[in-house]
Design a protein around this ligand. Structure first.
Ligand SMILES: NC(=O)c1ccc[n+]([C@@H]2O[C@H](COP(=O)([O-])OP(=O)(O)OC[C@H]3O[C@@H](n4cnc5c(N)ncnc54)[C@H](O)[C@@H]3O)[C@@H](O)[C@H]2O)c1
Length: 254
C-alpha cells in the first residue's frame, strides 16, 4: 500500500507518454498527486492517461505539446493551474537526443539535441517558475549517467553536453530557488529498460559495456527511476536540494 506523500500536489510530468514518464505518472498518481502529463507524441500520452485513470488516479494530459516551443510550455502550465488551482512539482523528464560520433555529428544533430534535451528544460522551468514561487514547490530534472561519464559504445557527444547542462542548471536553479522555498534536484538514470534500450540485452558487447559496469548487474526499470523522483518531489526530501541521485545500479561508484 502506497502512502499519500503527494496528496493534492499538482505535478507536471513532461514526456508522459514515454517509458519513465509513464512510470512516473502512475507512481505520482498512486501517491495522491494531481498529474498533468504532456508529450509531443499523442499516442503514448493518451495511453498513459488511460492507464492512470484506470488505476483510479487524477490526471489531465496536454498533447501534442512540443515543449521546445514557449507557447506550448505556457499552455501546459496554464492547464495545470486552471484545472487544479496551483502547481507544486515540475518533473522535466521528456527529451530527445540524436546520436553520432564526432566525425559524423552534423550541425543539425548537435543543435536539435541541445534544443530538445536542454532548451526545453529551461523553457518549461522559466514558465512554471512563478507558480512554483507561489507554492514553494520543487523541480526534478532528468539528467543522465551520460552527464557524468562517457559510455564506450554510445555516440553521445551532444547528449552528454545537453545532460551535463541539465545537471549544472539544476544546481543553479536550487541556488536561485532557495529564497523562494523552491528545491531543485535531478536524477541520473543509468541503463533503464525501455523500447530504445532493450536491444542491449541481445548484444553481448553492449551487455558487457553497459551492464558489466553496474554493481546491480541488470538493467534498471522505469519504475525504479520513478520511485527516486517521487521521493525527491515529496516532503520526505525537504532538506535535499541542489543534488543528484544516481539511479544506475552503482555504475558511478565503481
Ligand atoms: N532510458 C534510459 O536508459 C535513460 C538513461 C538516462 C537518461 N534517460 C532520460 O530519461 C528521460 C526519459 O527517457 P525514456 O527512456 O523514458 O525515453 P522515451 O523516449 O520513452 O520518453 C521520452 C518522451 O519525451 C517525449 N518528448 C521528446 N521530445 C519532446 C518535446 N520536445 N516536447 C514534448 N515531449 C517530448 C517523447 O515523445 C517521449 O514520449 C529522458 O530525459 C532521457 O534522456 C533515459
Amino acid at each position: 500500500m502506497m502512502d499519500d506523500r503527494l496528496k493534492d500536489k499538482t505535478c507536471i510530468i513532461t514526456g508522459s507518454g514515454g517509458s519513465i514518464g509513464r512510470a512516473a505518472c502512475l507512481r505520482f498518481a498512486a501517491e495522491g498527486a494531481n498529474v498533468v502529463g504532456c508529450d509531443i507524441a499523442p499516442e503514448g500520452a493518451e495511453e498513459t492517461l488511460r492507464l492512470v485513470e484506470d488505476a483510479g488516479g487524477s490526471m489531465i494530459s496536454i498533447h501534442p505539446a512540443d515543449l521546445t516551443d514557449k507557447a506550448q510550455c505556457e499552455r501546459v502550465v496554464a492547464a495545470a493551474v486552471d484545472r487544479f488551482g496551483s502547481l507544486d512539482v515540475l518533473f522535466n523528464n521528456g527529451a530527445m537526443a540524436y546520436f553520432a560520433w564526432i566525425e559524423d555529428m552534423t550541425d543539425e544533430m548537435w543543435s536539435k539535441t541541445i534544443n530538445e534535451e536542454l532548451n526545453l528544460v529551461f523553457l518549461m522551468t522559466r514558465t512554471a517558475w512563478p507558480e512554483l514561487v507561489k507554492s514553494k514547490g520543487n523541480i526534478v530534472n532528468t539528467a543522465s549517467l551520460s552527464a557524468w561519464a562517457g559510455i564506450e559504445l554510445l555516440p553521445g557527444l551532444a547528449h552528454t553536453a545537453a545532460k551535463g547542462g541539465v545537471l549544472a542548471m539544476t544546481r543553479q536553479l536550487a541556488m536561485e530557488g532557495r529564497k523562494h522555498g523552491i528545491r531543485a534536484n535531478s536524477v541520473s538514470p543509468g541503463t533503464i529498460e525501455t523500447n530504445q534500450t532493450r536491444f542491449i540485452l541481445e548484444d553481448p558487447e553492449w551487455c558487457r559495456i553497459q551492464l558489466g559496469r553496474a554493481m546491480i548487474n541488470r538493467m534498471g526499470q522505469p519504475e525504479e527511476v520513478a520511485a527516486a523522483v517521487a521521493f525527491l518531489a515529496s516532503d520526505d526530501a525537504s532538506y535535499i536540494t541542489g543534488t543528484d541521485i544516481a539511479v544506475d545500479g552503482g555504475v558511478r561508484a565503481w
